[in-house]
Design a protein around this ligand. Structure first.
Ligand SMILES: [Mg+2]
Length: 347
């Protein structure tokens, strides 16, 4: 079989500038991969490069020709294991680029078989947890307005970015605007272990569900201190990148937050879910700011996890791709949308 491939960089404006403890983003630079079989059927994947993990749009564009050459050489979209292994041998690191190719191949393979990806895996589409909706860092007044808008739009689970000297004021603003919401917080490595313990006590009083990545990933001992003394469960995100990280974090957090853009492929993500379960961890599936070219694939995996944070496309002003309907946070996997269910948006 002959497979043809191409890729294209897209710059998508965000609905609101998005700030976390490290930086602010106004646009998402994603790279879209398309793989077409000789019958004209196309699989679509997306890379959302995160500089924190060494990926930029430029590095993705630089390595994709070599990765797509592997796809064309193997020439079989169902040879997922062989292609993913050979891609990992071809380029070191570069998880976002490898993930984009992995997604496009999985999309194409399931489309060729005429089934949604979750159905190919035998996954119950009804089992996906609701996704949270993220509120970035801002003034307390703006955080309150954004929270009111999210509640108005029907999102019952909110993820609040913290990591400032105004954290208590921000959570107060959120809780007053959303008295019924489930609230999770993400400090993106901004706290010390003792600060985490102290803040966890009043965050618990505001009914927060858990704290994501309070301390820097390199502070391995600090994560253990936070986990052992925190009043709230701890999720590891920056501390949990690929499969070998699972045993390393197993005795120092409650929840492993996996993201396709960190793992380097859908198969690695599935191995990480299994490994996390084997170590007694709960599993969260998160994302970068991504179009539906990649969110649609993450949604297919969502029934395998306990917590979903798949709002990447929801944060865009408009998405060039349509994917699963996440309105109000419910992850709706359509029974008749083959592959990942992604489609090019009508202009
Ligand atoms: Mg996070």
């Amino acid at each position: 079989m002959t497979l043809s491939t191409d890729f294209e960089r897209v710059s998508v404006a965000l609905e609101n500038a998005f700030t976390i403890s490290r930086d602010t983003q106004t646009h998402a630079e994603n790279v879209i991969v398309r793989i077409t079989d000789d019958g004209g059927m196309t699989g679509i994947g997306g890379a959302a490069p995160a500089p924190h993990y060494g990926d930029t749009p430029e590095t993705v564009e630089a390595v994709l020709p070599d990765l797509l050459a592997v796809v064309e050489e193997v020439g079989d979209p169902h040879a997922l294991a062989e292609i993913e292994t050979r891609m990992a041998e071809t380029v070191r690191g570069n998880p976002a680029a490898r993930t984009a190719v992995s997604i496009a191949l999985h999309d194409l393979a399931a489309r060729r078989l005429g089934v949604p990806l979750h159905r190919l895996w035998g996954i119950d589409p009804e089992a996906a947890p609701r996704t949270s909706y993220t509120i970035g860092l801002d003034t307390a007044d703006r955080v309150r307005e954004k929270t009111e808008a999210a509640v108005e739009a029907g999102y019952p689970i909110l993820k609040i970015k913290l990591g400032t000297d105004r954290d208590r004021e921000l959570i107060e603003a959120v809780r007053s605007a959303a008295p019924e919401a489930t609230i999770r917080v993400d400090a993106n490595e901004a706290w010390s272990p003792s600060e985490t313990v102290r803040k966890s006590e009043w965050l618990a009083e505001y009914g927060v569900e858990f704290i994501e990545q309070p301390v820097p990933a390199e502070n391995v001992e600090g994560l253990r201190v936070a986990y052992e003394r925190s009043a709230l469960p701890i999720a590891a995100d920056e501390s949990c990148v690929t499969l070998p990280d699972i045993p390393r974090i197993a005795d120092r957090c409650d929840i492993a937050n996996l993201k396709l853009m960190k793992t380097g492929g859908i198969r690695e993500a599935r191995r990480m879910i299994a490994a996390a379960r084997a170590h007694g961890l709960e599993v969260m599936l998160g994302c970068m700011i991504e179009t539906n070219a990649s969110i649609a694939a993450a949604a297919q995996l969502a029934p395998l996890v306990d917590y979903a944070d798949l709002d990447g496309s929801l944060l865009l002003a408009s998405d060039p791709f349509t994917g699963p309907d996440l309105t109000g946070g419910d992850v709706r996997l359509e029974a008749d949308a083959n592959g990942t269910g992604v489609r090019e948006s009508e202009e």
